[in-house]
Design a protein around this ligand. Structure first.
Ligand SMILES: [Zn+2]
Length: 312
């Protein structure tokens, strides 16, 4: 993702209706286990960087598809070509796993599964040409979605759920060659009323830092406030308001922007203080599994699980 420095504000947007905050998890719903998600981060990083055109990307794709074929009623692999502004020819694959594919009321949950080809933000210039391991940036959101896939294969959700694993989020180097898979999906978004279009979307990106902080991302607050209210109130209801402060943080260009532009309200759950307030591990070789926390993955996974099993 990229930062917009044009605008930074901190205001409270959600409080005022505290009375309707739900308390505690929906009875009987499955729990989300952070350790399982953490294991899935390790598996991904062991494939190597998931940069389009590399063996790690290919290994991860085959692993995800094999796993989802066992866990989801419908799996669609959308393979497409993309040529970057620097004339790199990429083969990219968006993977969509659909639960209750017939349901008209459905949510979209998405994360990018690719990783960045270069560590632009490394302190040491010699490291800047290294690919990012992508434990948190790519691995964490994908791990949460894959664990949700397992949970929903055991306990079918009360509404339709689309898990979208987008490719080419982090290719770059500039924004013109980023969010490629999300733009592809947004361009082909099912029509309203078609029974395939989600009612809203939630993006998970960098959701594994050991010191979790998920303020409301700025574009989400501006363009998807009802979804923000739903998600942040759900977090508060589970006792996570310390980790999901109801204040607006940075505006971050990310995979939710093409969806918003296509008329699908989508929020970005993102912790942009990876390794501390200076975000020191982001886009560096330090984005490794030892810097990803099972308990943080569990907090985020619990919020999404609660949203799903409370009916969206
Ligand atoms: Zn990134």
């Amino acid at each position: 993702m990229r930062i917009s420095f044009s605008y930074l504000m901190t205001i409270l947007v959600i409080t005022g209706c505290v009375g309707d905050v739900p308390r505690g998890p929906t009875p009987g719903r499955p729990a989300f286990e952070g350790l399982r998600a953490r294991d899935l981060v390790e598996v991904q990083v062991a494939f190597g960087p998931r940069v389009p055109g590399t063996v790690g990307h290919d290994r991860q794709l085959r692993w995800m598809l094999a796993r989802l074929d066992l866990l989801a009623p419908e799996v669609i692999a959308d393979t497409f070509s993309y040529v970057t502004t620097y004339s790199d020819s990429l083969t990219l694959v968006n993977v969509l796993a659909r639960y209750r594919p017939e349901a008209k009321r459905r949510l979209l949950l998405l994360a990018h599964w690719d990783t960045r080809p270069r560590s632009d933000r490394a302190q040491d210039p010699a490291e800047r040409e290294l690919p990012v391991p992508g434990a948190n940036d790519g691995g964490s959101g994908t791990a949460v979605l894959l664990e949700l896939a397992r949970i929903m294969s055991d306990a079918p959700p009360p509404l339709g759920i689309d898990l979208l694993f987008v490719d080419g989020e982090d290719y770059g180097p500039e924004a013109v060659d980023m969010f490629i898979g999300a733009r592809r999906y947004a361009d082909r978004l099912p029509l309203p009323g078609s029974g395939r279009r989600p009612i809203y979307g939630i993006l998970l990106d960098m959701v594994g830092d050991a010191d979790p902080s998920f303020p409301v991302e700025g574009y989400s607050a501006q363009h998807a406030l009802p979804v923000v209210q739903k998600v942040w109130r759900t977090a508060a209801g589970l006792g996570y308001s310390n980790f999901f402060p109801e204040s607006v943080g940075l505006r971050l260009s990310d995979d939710h922007i093409p969806l918003i532009e296509a008329g699908l309200q989508t929020v970005n759950i993102i912790d942009f203080t990876y390794g501390g307030s200076d975000n020191i591990y982001w886009h560096t070789p330090e984005d490794v599994p030892s810097h990803v926390s099972a308990s943080t993955l569990e907090i985020v996974g619990e919020v999404i699980t609660e949203l799903i099993y409370s009916g969206g």
